[in-house]
Design a protein around this ligand. Structure first.
Ligand code: AMP
Length: 180
């Protein structure tokens, strides 16, 4: 069993993230992690906690969602000594890809992964900064499975719990901070 994050450490991480009202559009409370990234104490508490949690999972890879999932995901992959795989917006990956569409408030978006991203049957942790409606993460989990790997858990720095985004995701979800 991994150690829980102490309420003091949780507070250090939470208070390092700032909320920008009405960005990028009216009504959105945008969680800005740039202030976490440039706070070495908070960033170290976060990555050490995640390293401790996931070191016993037997993970083969971390998959990170563009773009903030790249930062946290690649840092954690390095600490765990495993590979990192990017899940990107449509049209950015250079080799053969598999794509998955998902609904936005208005319209659709699409994410992609390289067809040869993982060895068959690999255990993968999905990482992003925040889960809101869960649409992006759901599409990402489907991509991981479509290319022959297993998504053992989805990990977010923050979860907007009032949107119930995790309900629709097949894999277990762990969020460091729950925001209601
Ligand atoms: P969703 O698909 O609705 O769960 O949205 C998740 C994606 O949108 C993540 O990649 C987040 O980085 C981004 N996102 C959604 N809502 C916010 C928010 N309030 N603050 C910062 N990022 C957000």
């Amino acid at each position: 069993m991994s150690k829980e994050l102490s309420s003091n450490d949780k507070e250090i991480i939470q208070s390092s993230i700032r909320t920008i009202p009405d960005f990028p559009k009216p009504g959105i409370m945008f969680k800005d992690i740039t202030t976490l990234l440039n706070n070495p104490t908070a960033l170290n508490k976060l990555t050490e906690h995640l390293k401790e949690r996931y070191s016993s999972y037997g993970l083969d890879y971390i998959a990170g969602i563009e773009s903030r999932g790249f930062i946290f995901g690649a840092m954690l992959a390095d600490r765990l000594g495993i590979g990192f795989v990017p899940i990107r917006k449509k049209g950015k990956l250079p080799y053969t890809t598999v794509a998955q569409k998902y609904a936005l408030e208005y319209g659709f978006d699409e994410v992609e992964i390289h067809i040869d991203a993982f060895k068959e049957g690999s255990k993968v942790l999905l990482v992003d900064d925040l889960i809101a409606t869960g649409g992006t993460a759901k599409a990402a989990v489907e991509l991981i499975e479509q290319v022959g790997a297993e998504c053992v858990e989805c990990c977010f720095v923050m979860e907007l719990t009032f949107l119930n985004g995790k309900d629709d995701i097949k894999a277990p979800v762990y969020s460091v901070l729950e925001i209601d």
